[in-house]
Write a protein of this length. Structure first.
Length: 683
């Protein structure tokens, strides 16, 4: 037949051509195939089908692949850098990117560290490591309920970072593999490694090796030491877990593993590794301290309201004084732990303003990592006796004087029985003494005389924005306010009677210098809210609180100080708000669940914390005497007034807050100011 002799045979049923080597045997096909021929046959069949399946899988996966034409485009949330008043970096919010780094500009051990710990076979594979995939596959089979473990190479990680989501599933892993092969075909190993180092995330908002070097070590990537490179490389496994900020010991152990892998990979010598161990790695002090995070939260929300969603990196110049902030944070954390915690205190808040309303220190809680709730601006707590200055100011403005006589005696207003802590009364005393010793009965009766609505109006005029109820108990501080409001209201006593609005942003500009907001161009109204002689009278009385009254624990020799303590019923809140010329600090202490502390009064722990902090802050400030001039002289001393007070003191009397009334020498005396602490100690 015509087809015979052509190397095949005709199909008697007309089904085309058969080749004996590749088809099932039939009678007349000739001698049987050998084992080698059968293996070759089935291998060819399997290869054909495998090729078809791979092509089909790639076609299916390619339908869902992202657009790779935008490889070099970086889209990120612009960062906002916050600076203190002297230009020091406080924090960076949002993602931080930096210009790409040329691999040639880096010491060889920098890329070597990443190759050693992330992909030792990087220079020997074509995008994926079969053995790594096999190991991860076996792990995933034996751990079906855990997260998938990938045997990803650097190229696969780059593909995921550039084009894919972090989702852990087989479909995404397959896409990652396809993209890794494409990257290896399109780019050299050097280009792939450079892309990887410039895009990978290092935690703390830093993307890329340059941003990470700046964020963690305040230096360019070209100046990284071997130890610093090992630490950064070690973080990639889990940036938050292995960050030196979250756990220094864990980060050090991970860096040691990296150095050992570098030796095993012949990237460095054992001698170089040992030298790296001897060189300490110093983390950026700003990043390590994580200072002023409550303040940054507060101003960050305002920035986004002022300029909308940032379209480019921004720089915000703030009013904060970082050394003073550091002193305040250290004082609160140490003081609450040693003085407050044994007596049930859990939280504290502090805010300092200068006479213009600029915020110089701002602490919304003892530990930002434990709780991000901002107790400076968001908490509303009863003011206790720290509210009494508004009662007395109203009285001074209506013609009363510090020297006029009042009577501390059992008092009932309506159905409310007013009494001092231990129901021991001083009898006839001056208003000056009544405020200094925080006498409840006098304050309550005085508020009734001048009108509680007038007292509320006075507090609002000075800067209290919260609602103020006008029942008789408001005179003793049954009013919920924030530390931010209290500091702003007291600022009028410190700056000569002018109302201020606390603020923290001086200027907002783009990274290239374009000014988007300048506080100087948006001055807030600063009306005169306290006139003479009321201002002089109030500062005279508030000085006596510190000199001889309930705030004696806040005294600092050599400084003109004034203020007021506050303690609420059952010791749920304790305050001290104090000031000198052009500088005021409010401190609140208590518990977030509003349960009582154990006999903590404003004249104790808060006043002690205030003194410890202000003793460090005042030498750094250009403070002056409390403004307002001298108060008009008192009338001749009324017989029996001082004798009555001393008699009560000898009997063991207490003030309206339950604090022992202790006579103090008049005035701070001629003592010199304490020497300024070493600025380095403020951190």
């Amino acid at each position: 037949m015509a087809n015979e002799g052509a190397g095949g045979s005709s199909d008697p049923r007309g089904r085309g051509i058969r080749f004996p080597l590749f088809g099932p045997r039939r009678p007349g096909d000739g001698p049987p195939r050998t084992l080698a021929q059968s293996i070759l046959y089935w291998t060819a069949v399997g290869g054909i089908w495998m090729t078809i399946l791979v092509i089909a899988a790639i076609a299916v996966l390619a339908r869902g692949l992202p657009d790779t034409s935008k490889l070099y485009q970086i889209k990120h949330q612009p960062s906002i850098s916050y600076l203190d008043r002297s230009g020091a970096l406080i924090a960076v919010r949002g993602s931080q990117y930096a210009p790409p780094v040329d691999l040639e500009s880096l010491p060889a051990y920098v890329p070597g560290a990443f190759v050693a710990i992330e992909d030792r076979q990087f220079y020997h594979h074509f995008g994926f490591n079969p053995w790594g995939i096999l190991r991860s596959g076996l792990y995933n089979l034996t751990h079906p309920h855990g997260p998938l473990r990938g045997g990803s190479t650097i190229t696969q990680q780059l593909a995921r970072n550039l084009f894919l989501t972090p989702a852990q599933n087989m479909h995404r892993k397959a896409q990652e593999l396809v993209l890794a092969i494409w990257l290896e075909a399109k780019f050299s190993k050097k280009q792939i490694l450079a892309l990887y180092l410039n895009r990978v995330y290092f935690g703390a908002g830093a993307y890329g090796i340059e941003a990470a070097a700046q964020r963690y070590f305040n230096k360019p990537a070209s100046q990284l030491s071997l130890g610093e490179a090992a630490l950064l490389a070690g973080m990639l496994k889990a940036p938050s877990r292995y960050s030196p900020i979250s756990d220094q010991a864990r980060a050090e152990r991970r860096a040691t593993i990296v150095l050992d892998e570098m030796v095993a990979n012949h990237t460095i010598t054992p001698a170089q590794r040992d030298e790296a161990f001897r060189q300490p790695v110093r983390i950026s002090s700003v990043l390590a301290a994580q200072r002023a995070q409550y303040f940054v939260d507060w101003v960050d929300a305002q920035v986004r309201q002022m300029v909308g969603q940032p379209q480019e990196d921004l720089v915000v110049e703030t009013t904060l004084d970082l050394p003073i902030q550091a002193a305040a944070e250290r004082t609160l954390s140490t003081g609450v732990a040693t003085l407050g915690a044994p007596r049930g205190m859990q939280q504290a808040a502090l805010i300092s303003l200068d006479g213009e309303g600029r915020i110089r220190a701002y602490i919304g809680g003892v530990n930002y990592a434990d709780s991000q709730f901002d107790r400076v601006a968001m908490a509303r707590r009863q003011a206790g006796s720290s509210f009494k200055p508004f009662v007395y100011l109203t009285a001074m403005e209506q013609g009363h004087t510090p020297y006029e006589e009042a009577v501390d005696e059992p008092t009932t207003i309506g159905n409310w029985e007013v009494h001092d802590f231990e129901k021991r009364y001083l009898g006839k005393i001056s208003l000056e003494t009544a405020l200094a010793q925080s006498i409840n009965t006098v304050a309550a009766k005085l508020a009734q005389q001048v009108g509680t609505a007038s007292v509320a109006a006075t507090a609002h005029r000075l800067g209290i924005n919260s609602p103020i109820q006008t029942s008789p108990s408001m005179a003793l501080g049954a009013v919920e306010v924030s530390p931010l409001e209290m500091a702003g209201a007291y600022d009028a006593f410190a700056n000569g009677g002018v109302r201020t609005t606390p603020y923290g942003i001086e200027r907002i500009r783009t990274a290239d210098g374009k000014v988007l907001y300048d506080h100087a161009e948006h001055p807030s109204q600063r009306p005169q809210v306290i006139g003479a002689p009321a201002l002089q009278y109030m500062n005279l009385m508030l000085r006596q609180v510190v000199i001889s009254g309930t705030g004696a624990a806040a005294r600092i020799p050599g400084y003109d100080l004034a203020g007021k303590t506050g303690t609420t019923s059952d010791y749920r809140d304790a305050w001290f708000v104090g000031f000198t010329g052009g500088f005021v600090t409010a401190i609140w202490t208590g518990r977030d669940d509003n349960t009582p502390m154990r006999r903590v009064t404003g004249g104790e722990v808060p006043a002690q914390l205030w003194r410890t902090y202000m003793a460090q802050a005042l030498p750094r400030l250009k403070v002056s005497a409390i403004p307002g001039g001298a108060a008009p002289p008192p009338p001749p001393t009324q017989p029996g007034d001082l004798d009555q007070l001393l008699s009560s003191l000898e009997a063991g009397g207490t003030n309206g807050e339950g604090e022992p009334v202790t006579p103090q020498p008049p005035g701070p005396g001629p003592a010199s100011p304490q020497p300024a602490p070493n600025p380095n100690d403020l951190y």
